[in-house]
Design a protein around this ligand. Sequence first.
Ligand SMILES: Nc1nc2c(ncn2[C@@H]2O[C@H](COP(=O)(O)OP(=O)(O)OP(=O)(O)O)[C@@H](O)[C@H]2O)c(=O)[nH]1
Length: 432
Amino acid sequence: MNTNIEQRIPNFIDLLLDMVFLVDETGRIVFANAACERILGYPPSSLIGHPMIELVLPEDRERTRAEAAKVMGGEGRIGFENRYRHKDGHVVHLTWSARWVDGDRLRLGVARDITRQKRVETMQAAVYAVSEATQNAADADALFAELHHIVASLIPVTAVAVATCHGTSDELSFSYRHLWPDDEAGTPVGSSLCTDVLAGGKARMLEGKALPACWKDDGYLLILPLTTRNGPVGVAMLKTPPGETYSGIDRELMEFIAAQAAIAIERTRLKAELLQAALYDELTRLPNRRLLYDRTRQALARCQRKQSRLGLLYVDVDDFKQINDSFGHASGDLLLREFATRLAGTVRASDTVARLAGDEFVVLMEDVSDETDVLAVIAKIREALAPAITLENAEARITASVGIALYPDHGNDIEQLLRHADQAMYRAKQDL
Ligand SMILES: Nc1nc2c(ncn2[C@@H]2O[C@H](COP(=O)(O)OP(=O)(O)OP(=O)(O)O)[C@@H](O)[C@H]2O)c(=O)[nH]1
């Protein structure tokens, strides 16, 4: 009966969607069905006599040899996965069912192409990895480094650059570069390519003579626009190792990741903006009351441990209302910004200058030995305030009243210290 069917329909094995191989004891192919051409690009006749292992990706060969040895030892095996190289260069993921045919001393293997399924899994894993990176990255720099890491785990990259912008009218600036060269003018290679890709909104792949000269026509450059529903956020550039290429599947995957990365960049920016708004004063960009309280509590804990002193200055601009009344609110704002800059310039980078409200500022200094240290800072503040401040149509000279509080001399917590310094400042103002 079977013989009859085989005689009447002789080539049914070539209709199978899976590949069927017979491989001899030396590892050479003795039979391959038509699916090999559909899946690997090789006509079956061209594979006869060819060592099977040479079709396997070099990274998977050792595992594959070990698996073949098990099959040749008589074990029926199902579910082994490895990767083959298609004739056109792209990677094909396979899962195997294999057994040893003892009488013919041949390995019979049936392989299913699971490349599409693997791609879906890779994409899902990439979405997860990018979203985790977005959650965990402390800032944009950390996010770029993590995105680079994710991309490098999926495709070969030797050099990476990301240029970012805020919308179409904004200029691109290079925010991340890894082994990315400069051109003769000292700007990152590919700047004009980025501008073109951003304008076109489509990914581009460059090779050979089209590559920037520094790569000597070697390898490929993939340029991807980073765009969200709200507009462009930048451009990413990936360079293959010399002699390698990105397949259509690699490019599709990178375009997908670029879309995820663009959303991640937008979210990280939003997070940074929210954090800035929550902790910093909008007008002067100085820490606000909330951040001052937080930093003071931390500083007090350190001082307690180290048995050291902390100095707190309450600084209030004298007669600021008159500036507003005489020159207008915009000039008042300008003066407050300049005042903040000068104040911040008088202390160490590790100290904190905060704006509490209106024209009231606080300076927090760690590790002061006694009041002399603090008085020296006040002298510096007065010196910094001495030059006139240029307003829109006028010049203004300002002074400030300052009150001092020291930990532990005048209090143990932020509220007590602030109250003490405020009262001292008030007394100083009365004496004017
Ligand atoms: N331009 C501007 N003015 C502000 C801002 N915040 C508060 N002010 C103004 O700052 C002024 C503070 O006035 P006062 O508290 O009387 O302070 P002063 O005029 O310096 O008086 P003394 O503290 O007694 O020297 C008020 O007129 C507020 O309207 C701001 O962000 N911008």
